[in-house]
Ligand binder design. Sequence first.
Ligand code: GTP
Ligand code: MG
Length: 229
Amino acid sequence: MGADRLPTGIASVDRLLGGGLETDSVTEVYGEGGSGKTLFCLDVAHRVAQEGRWVFYIDTEGVSVDRLRSIAGANLEKLLKRFLLSTPKDLEEQTDAVRTACALAREGRRPVGLLVVDSATAYYRLSLSGPDEDDARQALSLEISDLVVTAMRAHVAVLVTNQVWRSIRDGTLEPVGGSFLNHAAKTILFFERLPGPRRRAILKKHRDRPEGSADFRITDQGLDGGSSA
Ligand code: GTP
Ligand code: MG
């Protein structure tokens, strides 16, 4: 038996994932700037809040409310009542925000449907190659462990985004977060930019789904993965 799924509402991606995000594990989405990671997080968050469950959203880019407005329209104020939004300004604040969100999710007083960290690695990346590199690695590892345990115990879908670097050897785009994040995430999606508004989600890792891909488009109202038929 597979885990329960949280539909993303993006038909092609839901088909790829066998129904949606797993609700007891961490899903990682990585891809270059503009590949749609943030829009994906907001789309799923919008759907969860619309259905009356809480979203704990950690936004290191400080863009979520503006972007959510174009997805949610007149419903924005109502939706934000189901959002616990935090906008950390550095890795230390991010660590605190993740710890708090995980503790609240596990406490179970609010029905939480989704926990998002977008981006999990932006501040971490800034600390690499500096004097705080070891501390940053440790902070990220602890955060990810906390998220893994929270997903399992609170039965909540956890969605984290990760940035990329380009391998000099073969030119491929590789996730920044290092092997720890890639081991901890049970599902890994790579978002690829295609011409114009087209994007492709490539399934790199899953517990019980074959590798494959799903195409979708960026629209003013969010992501469109075609019809669900
Ligand atoms: P980084 O955070 O920079 O790594 O990028 P990302 O992967 O999070 O990309 P994001 O989801 O922010 O944006 C994906 C693309 O959507 C970008 O090319 C944006 O220009 C585009 N975009 C954002 N909002 C809208 C919108 O309301 N309408 C349309 N048509 N495009 C949008
Ligand atoms: Mg983004």
